[in-house]
Design a protein around this ligand. Structure first.
Ligand code: SF4
Ligand code: SF4
Length: 148
């Protein structure tokens, strides 16, 4: 488990987390089925996706941990920073030996949240320092995420 993995998934402020707001009665993976036809149970947790991810240091869950949480129906995966940090670069999807499109999994998890009008990436909340230091590509991905 990486050092980043040990960080808390949930924010410490009083705002309800996505997993508290979004009511999913059944299994998370069933909820995702409409948006995603990926065979998550085919994942054998090899970690290849995590090893190649260029943003792994910024993530609180590695991509393979995200998949494991979905499979295990651990809904706090919706509180993870990882799904917002993911830049949809497809590196993981191209390298996965089981042809699992992890990029799509991340997108589906974001969509579950955005459908409830919970936006984790409000550009207005960024400080001037963050706006200067964040790569331009991250802003492009942010806009792509928010317009679906
Ligand atoms: S690379 Fe594919 S099989 Fe390996 S952990 Fe990631 S999703 Fe699972
Ligand atoms: S698509 Fe997301 S999770 Fe996959 S390698 Fe790129 S940033 Fe990492």
């Amino acid at each position: 488990m990486s050092e980043a993995t040990e960080k808390e998934c949930s924010s410490s402020n009083s705002t309800p987390s996505p997993s508290e707001v979004i009511k999913i009665d059944g299994d998370l993976i069933d909820e995702m089925e409409d948006l995603c036809d990926e065979d998550l149970f085919g994942c054998y947790q090899c970690g290849t996706c995590a090893a190649g991810c260029p943003f792994i240091e910024e993530m609180d869950l590695t991509p393979d941990e995200v998949i494991r949480k979905v499979i295990m129906n651990e809904k706090d995966v919706l509180d993870s920073r990882t799904i917002w940090i993911c830049a949809s670069c497809y590196t993981c999807a191209e390298r996965c030996p089981r042809d699992i499109d992890i990029t799509k999994i991340m997108e589906v998890l974001r969509q579950l949240i955005l459908r409830k009008n919970i936006d984790e990436t409000d550009i207005n909340d960024l400080s001037e320092e963050e706006k200067r230091s964040i790569p331009q590509m991250a802003f492009v991905c942010l806009f792509r995420k928010n317009i679906g």
